[in-house]
Write a protein that binds this ligand. Structure first.
Ligand code: NAP
Ligand code: GLV
Length: 325
């Protein structure tokens, strides 16, 4: 019976699946991340089912020679160094293919919330601000007919584009590689980032966090955006230079921002981002639907079951030359 450290309570049948496969899930009971308890939890574990906020440094893997797989319950895996893990013989897996639609739903909801002041007007209404019908209250930006710039036309970026076509939006994207079939099917034009920033009414970020994308949207990029444009970030907080974003918002150089990801997370309550009425913030919940989170957890469990049975995982993001046995 192999011990599997699960760093949070997870929905769906993931725990049952691990038990059915003869393993012993050891579930961290708290809501808050295990933090320093991570090393205690990993001690003696053959596998770990981890979250995006669990930082799995190489020394943690080196200190736990029995650990054979880290199965991240996320599509992003910037909390782990897959190459270092491979060198140590540890598989790293993620959960692609199951969360793009749900994440794009949320990204589009954020876009709409920021464009039409949904969160702001809700707060105002609850506080008694609805005294009469006003021809000038909460004027926002039209979504239909506007131009959406997608940075990173991968699974989620493409799902975002499909939603935008229903709103009659014009579509631009910036990605590393051209995607002629997708571009034709979606009617989306591939342009350099500078052009996208200058032309888009909404800029939505969908890249992974990598050394290349860290700080991709900084002061020069924000300066290229239209003064009315809204930045939507469901990628990772560090893809944006947050200080530059705060400066741009303070000086009214962009129209607003809608953020599901920040740096750090959780965002401390004294962060200036909370002070802007034209900023919407959600707590990294873009994939948080009942069905999708259950599928993510189950997928992570299946990756663990495969590796502990001596098979290759279904969704590897690295390939150890000599996997630990
Ligand atoms: P994906 O299918 O791998 O797509 C990523 C896209 O980013 C690809 O099109 C890639 O371009 C592009 N890209 C990479 N580096 C780039 C660069 N330097 N400049 C421009 N484009 C670049 O990934 P996905 O499933 O859509 O997920 C994207 C990210 O969203 C994840 O890595 C994660 O960080 C984040 N995410 C967040 C949440 C949330 O809860 N907020 C949920 C899910 C995912 P090429 O196609 O040319 O390689
Ligand atoms: C969530 O942030 C993910 O990468 O799946």
């Amino acid at each position: 019976m192999a011990r599997v450290f699960v760093t949070r309570q997870v929905p769906g049948r993931a725990i049952e699946r691990l038990q059915e496969a003869g393993h012993e899930p050891d579930i961290w009971p708290g809501e808050l991340p295990p933090g320093s308890a991570l090393s205690d939890g990993l001690a003696g574990a053959a596998a770990a089912l981890t979250m995006v906020v669990d930082r799995i440094a190489p020394d943690l893997l080196a200190a736990n020679p029995g650990l054979r797989i880290v199965a991240n319950m996320a599509v992003g895996y910037d909390n782990i160094d897959p190459a270092a893990a491979a060198d140590l013989g540890v598989w790293v897996t993620n959960t692609p293919g199951v969360l793009a639609e749900t994440t794009a739903d949320h990204a589009f909801a954020l876009l709409m919330a920021a464009a039409r002041h949904i969160a702001l007007s809700d707060r105002d209404t609850r506080a008694g601000g609805w005294r009469t019908w006003s021809p000038t209250a909460f004027l926002g930006n039209d979504i239909h007919g506007a131009t959406l710039g997608i940075v990173g036309l991968g699974e989620i970026g493409a799902a975002m584009a499909r939603r935008a076509t229903g709103f009659g939006m014009r579509l631009l994207h910036t990605s590393r590689t051209p995607k002629p079939d997708l571009e034709r099917d979606l009617g989306i034009e591939r342009v350099p980032l500078d052009d996208l920033l200058a032309r888009a009414d909404f800029v939505s970020l969908h890249t992974p966090l990598t050394p290349e994308t860290r700080g991709l949207i900084g002061a020069p990029e924000l300066a290229r955006m239209k003064p009315t444009a809204i930045l939507v970030n469901t990628a990772r907080g560090l893809v944006v230079d947050q200080d530059a974003l705060i400066a741009a918002l303070r000086e009214g150089r962009i129209g607003g921002a809608a953020l599901d990801v920040t740096d750090p997370e959780p965002l401390p309550l004294d962060n200036p981002l909370y002070s802007f009425p034209n900023v919407v913030i959600t707590p990294h919940i873009a994939s948080a639907s009942h069905a999708t989170r259950a599928r993510m957890a189950e997928m992570a469990a299946e990756n663990i079951i495969a590796v502990l049975a001596g098979r290759e995982p279904l969704n590897p993001v690295n390939r150890p030359a000599a996997p630990r046995a």
